[in-house]
Design a binder for this molecule. Structure first.
Ligand SMILES: Cc1cc2nc3c(=O)[nH]c(=O)nc-3n(C[C@H](O)[C@H](O)[C@H](O)COP(=O)(O)OP(=O)(O)OC[C@H]3O[C@@H](n4cnc5c(N)ncnc54)[C@H](O)[C@@H]3O)c2cc1C
Length: 403
C-alpha cells in the first residue's frame, strides 16, 4: 500500500505520522517551499478531538514533547466589553458546542503554538515530506492513482488523500460542485509580547483559552495566550534527544475581526504590509477606551497578516474510489469556534484507523473509505454550521444558505 498525501498541514502530517508508524508506505507533498514560508497563525486552541488525534498518531516521546510545549489554560472563553469588564465567562465546551466532551469526561483544552506543533508533526517524517511540490491534478484508474505536480513530475500510488486545505485542488477535481462561500467576515492577526500583554490585558485574558471584546458594530478584539510550560528548544533537548525544535518566546495572539465593510476592499488589503495592517486595525478600535484601544499598537509591528474568511457549505460528496479528503479540504469554516484544526486532526485519526483496519481485514478500500467519508462529512459539516452560527452572532458573518 502506498499512500500519497497532498498537503503537509496539520491534518496531512498527523495522518502521515500514523501510517508511517504502522509501516504503511506514505509520501507527503507540500506546495510551500518550507514549513514557515507563509504566515498561517499563531495560537491554536486544541480540544479533546485534536488531542486524541495527536495521541493516536504520534510516538510516545513526540506526544510527550507536544504536552510539554502546550499551555493548559483555564477552561474558559470570556467575553468582555470594550472597557474590558467581564460580561460573560463560558466554559469553553459550552461556547464551542462540545458539551458531548464534558458528558464523556474527556473535555481538554490546550493553547498551542501552530508553528511548534507543525515542527513536532514533522519530526521523523523528514524522509517522506517533499516541500515545493504543488499538485495540479490527479489521474485515477482501477490500478491506482497518479499525482501530477506543477514541476511536471508525477508520482503513482494506491490511494491519494487531499489534505490540501481550504482551496483544495483535490476537492476541486473530486467534487467540482462542492459549494463554498465568502463568509462576509475578515480578520487581521498579530502577536503581543507577554510582558506587554500583562500590562494591557485583564489577568483572566492571560489565563483563559480565549477572550474577546466586541462593540456594537460586532468588531471583535480577541486574544489567546501561549505560555509554554517548557520552551520548545529545551523540551526537545530533554525529552527527545537528537530532535530539535526552534526556540520560541511566550506571547499572546490577537485577532481583530468583523464584517468586511469595516476593513475596506480586499484588493487594497492584500497589498498592505504588516505595519499597514497594524495601523488599519488600530484605527478600527481607536474609539474604544484605553487600554483596549492601545492593544493593537503595542503588538509586534512585524507580526500582522490578513485573512479573508471563507466557509464551505454543507453538501454530500460522491462515493470515493481511491481518492479521499480530510480537514479544511472538505469542511472549511471560519475560526469563530476554534475547531477547524480539531476536526482536521479527528479526520486524520479516523482515516488512519480506517486504512489500517481495511488493510488488516481485507475489506475493499473503497467501501472502507465510503464509511469514513460519510461519518467525517456528518460531524465536519455540523461544526461548519455551528461555526457559522457563532460567527454570525460574534462578527456578523453571513448565514449559510441552508440555515
Ligand atoms: C488565523 C487562524 C486561526 C485559527 N485558529 C484555530 C484554533 O484556534 N483552533 C482550531 O481548531 N482551528 C483554528 N483554525 C483553523 C485551522 O487552522 C484549520 O482548520 C486547520 O489548519 C486545517 O488543517 P488542514 O490540514 O485541513 O489544512 P491546512 O493546515 O491548511 O494545511 C493544508 C496544506 O496544504 C498545502 N497545499 C495547498 N494546496 C496544495 C497543493 N495544490 N499541493 C500541495 N500542497 C498544497 C498548504 O500549503 C497547507 O500546508 C484557525 C485558522 C486560522 C486561519
Amino acid at each position: 500500500m502506498n499512500v500519497i498525501i497532498i498537503g503537509a498541514g496539520l491534518g496531512g502530517l498527523c495522518l502521515a505520522q500514523s501510517l508511517k508508524r504502522a509501516g504503511v508506505g506514505v509520501s507527503v507533498f507540500e506546495r510551500d517551499e518550507a514549513p514557515e514560508a507563509r504566515r498561517q497563525g499563531y495560537r491554536l486552541h486544541l480540544d479533546a478531538d485534536g488531542v486524541a488525534g495527536l495521541r493516536a498518531a504520534l510516538p510516545e516521546d513526540r506526544f510527550a514533547l507536544f504536552e510539554a510545549t502546550s499551555m493548559v489554560p483555564l477552561r474558559y472563553t470570556t467575553i468582555l466589553g470594550t472597557d474590558f469588564a467581564i460580561r460573560r465567562r463560558f466554559v469553553t465546551d459550552e461556547y464551542s458546542r462540545t458539551t458531548h466532551h464534558l458528558d464523556a469526561g474527556i473535555a481538554t483544552h490546550l493553547n498551542v503554538d501552530r508553528a511548534t506543533l507543525r515542527e513536532i508533526l514533522l519530526l521523523g517524517l523528514e524522509d517522506v515530506v517533499r516541500f515545493g511540490k504543488a499538485l495540479t491534478h490527479y489521474e485515477s484508474g482501477e490500478d491506482g492513482v497518479t499525482a501530477c505536480f506543477n514541476d511536471g513530475s508525477r508520482v503513482r500510488g494506491d490511494l491519494l488523500v487531499g489534505a490540501d486545505g481550504a482551496a483544495s485542488a483535490v476537492r476541486r477535481q473530486r467534487h467540482p460542485q462542492a459549494p463554498w462561500m465568502d463568509s462576509g467576515a475578515r480578520s487581521i492577526y498579530g502577536r503581543l509580547d507577554l510582558d506587554v500583554a500583562r500590562r494591557l490585558l485583564p489577568p483572566s485574558a492571560l489565563a483563559d483559552v480565549f477572550t474577546g471584546a466586541a462593540d456594537e458594530r460586532k468588531l471583535l478584539l480577541g486574544v489567546g495566550p501561549v505560555i509554554y510550560p517548557m520552551r520548545p528548544e529545551l523540551a526537545a533537548a530533554a525529552l527527545t534527544p537528537g530532535c530539535t525544535l526552534s526556540p520560541r518566546q511566550d506571547y499572546v495572539g490577537c485577532i481583530i475581526a468583523g464584517r468586511k465593510e469595516h476593513f475596506g476592499d480586499d484588493a487594497t488589503l492584500r497589498t498592505l504590509d504588516s505595519v499597514g495592517l497594524q495601523r488599519l486595525a488600530a484605527r478600527l478600535l481607536s474609539g474604544w477606551p484605553a487600554p483596549a484601544s492601545d492593544v493593537v499598537l503595542a503588538a509586534q509591528p512585524e507580526s500582522f497578516f490578513y485573512i479573508e474568511m471563507r466557509s464551505s457549505i454543507p453538501t454530500t460528496f460522491d462515493r470515493p474510489t481511491n481518492v479521499t479528503l480530510l480537514g479544511d479540504a472538505v469542511h472549511t469554516m471560519t475560526p469563530s469556534l476554534g475547531r477547524g484544526a480539531n476536526v482536521a486532526l479527528r479526520d486524520a485519526a479516523s482515516l488512519g484507523q480506517t486504512i489500517l483496519t481495511a488493510l488488516r481485514s481485507g475489506q475493499p478500500m473503497a467501501d472502507a473509505l465510503a464509511g469514513y467519508e460519510a461519518e467525517m462529512q456528518r460531524y465536519g459539516f455540523d461544526v461548519v454550521r455551528h461555526s457559522a452560527d457563532m460567527g454570525a452572532r460574534l462578527l456578523g458573518q453571513d448565514p449559510l444558505p441552508d440555515a
